[in-house]
Write a protein that binds this ligand. Structure first.
Ligand code: ADP
Length: 423
């Protein structure tokens, strides 16, 4: 710690100088001792009280000195566009948003609003989305100062379903009232609900038909055919076929829902497609013979590995070969080829059967879509086989390609990334 003199010498240059002047006076008797002591006391008091530095930069005597720390970077200033709303706020909204002035003219908008329809800043909002419901909502919100909600259906350029909320907001900068219009596009959501409802309706219809048939035959067997063994045998065979059809439908519906549930989770284990393709061919040999179709297998001896789910891939091979047999030509052939092409593995099923007209090709993988429902039912189809194939292939990050010539035959090709074996 500094002595008082060091303190004076080091930090108090001015009082030290005074001491240096006073002391010789005292020693030489130029001052009376009383005056000299009074002067010395005044200098000491002054030296103790006089601040050495400005208060702003002197650390306080009591507070510990803390090393200067860099403060966190100051937040980027929020851009205000003169209308009182931070610009980034509108752009952060996922829905289309417009800010209108008190006359209903567009002050600003976000990218989602532009994407919905071209926005002309400074023009009436009706130039953006022209719908009577939205015009009314804006007018009422302006007049009443209360939030308004409405539903808007647009028909051009494509049909759209929109939900709008118009909220009056006070602009403190200009002390005027503005309107914030937020519009949510419900089109995809509604389409999804419609698809779901259609699917349930289709599935119920598909199940109801064989069920009605079975009930009809049960009544006949209990009544008119009670004493007719020949009719009974005929009806029982039909009932059995209908019951089998119902179980196939239920099986396919359950498969589809199981696959859909895990479609986003890619499989992780390597499986050999050779064995899977060969098993499918072996299990359908009888069906092919029954339909007078020759099965030809072009399957390499080496393993053909993909990362996949064995049961699901077996279902893909089974459904494609089964279809090729079902819709094949009597006396015709079905060729199953497994090959590696670059980093892909391809499973191609080629038939020379009835073929498919080009307008049907894009819809074949929709649930219950059939070129001919009668044909499909007669051949034991459910209308779900290709939908199942598509979902499984999606889960395996693969691709399903369909090419066909009406009256000549079809080729269904599944391409998937090949698995590389490490070690
Ligand atoms: P289905 O149970 O009716 O066969 P799929 O989903 O498997 O249902 O197939 C949908 C439709 O695609 C079939 O109804 C049929 O019209 C057509 N289709 C599928 N595979 C073939 C094929 N190899 N040749 C001709 N048409 C086919």
């Amino acid at each position: 710690m500094d002595t008082f003199v060091e303190h004076l010498l080091k930090r108090r240059a001015a009082p030290a100088a005074v001491v240096a002047v006073v002391c010789p006076f005292l020693l030489w008797g130029g001052l009376t001792p009383q005056w000299a002591l009074a002067g010395l006391a005044a200098v000491v008091a002054w030296a103790g009280l006089w601040p050495t530095t400005s208060p702003a930069d002197a650390p306080s005597a009591t507070a510990p000195t803390v090393p200067l720390q860099k403060s966190a970077a100051p937040a980027a200033p929020v851009a205000m566009a003169g209308h009182g709303l931070p610009l980034s706020l509108l752009d952060a909204l996922p829905d289309a948003a417009l800010l209108l002035d008190s006359r209903g003219l567009i002050v600003t908008s976000n990218a989602a609003a532009q994407a919905l329809s071209a926005v002309l800043i400074g023009r009436p909002h009706s130039h953006w989305v022209r719908a009577p419901e939205l015009l009314d909502a804006v007018k009422t919100a302006r007049e009443t100062g209360e939030q308004q909600r409405c539903h808007v259906r647009l028909f051009t350029p494509v049909e759209r379903s929109l939900a709008a909320i118009v909220s009056p907001i006070a602009n403190e900068e200009t002390s005027s009232r503005q309107l914030l219009v937020i519009v949510r596009d419900l089109t995809d959501q509604e389409q999804l609900s419609r698809l779901h409802a259609d699917f349930v309706a289709n599935a119920s219809h598909e199940l109801r038909t064989p069920l009605a048939s079975i009930r009809g035959f049960v009544e006949t067997l209990q009544g008119a055919a009670k004493e007719d063994p020949a009719a009974q045998a005929r009806f029982l065979a039909i009932m059995q076929a209908q019951a089998e059809r119902m179980s196939r439908l239920i099986e396919d519906l359950l498969s589809l829902s199981r696959i859909e549930l895990r479609e986003h989770v890619a499989p992780t284990t390597p499986v050999d497609l050779n064995g899977i393709a060969q098993d499918a061919i072996a299990s359908l040999k009888q069906a092919a013979e029954k339909n007078d179709v020759t099965l030809i297998a072009n399957i390499p001896h080496d393993q053909t590995l993909v990362i996949g789910d064995r049961d699901e891939l077996a279902q893909v091979a089974q459904n494609l070969v089964q279809n090729a047999i079902k819709y094949g030509r009597k006396g015709g052939q079905v060729e199953v080829t497994l090959r590696r092409r670059d980093q892909q593995v391809e499973l191609a099923v080629v038939d020379n059967g009835i073929g498919i007209a080009p307008e049907h090709l894009p819809r074949l993988t929709e649930r219950f879509y059939r070129v001919s429902a009668k044909d499909s039912k007669e051949r034991g189809g459910t209308g779900l086989g290709l939908a199942i194939v598509k979902h499984i292939v999606n889960r395996h990050r693969g691709e399903l390609q369909i090419s066909s010539v009406l009256g000549q035959g079809s080729t269904f090709t599944v391409a998937m990334p090949a698995a590389t074996v490490v070690g």
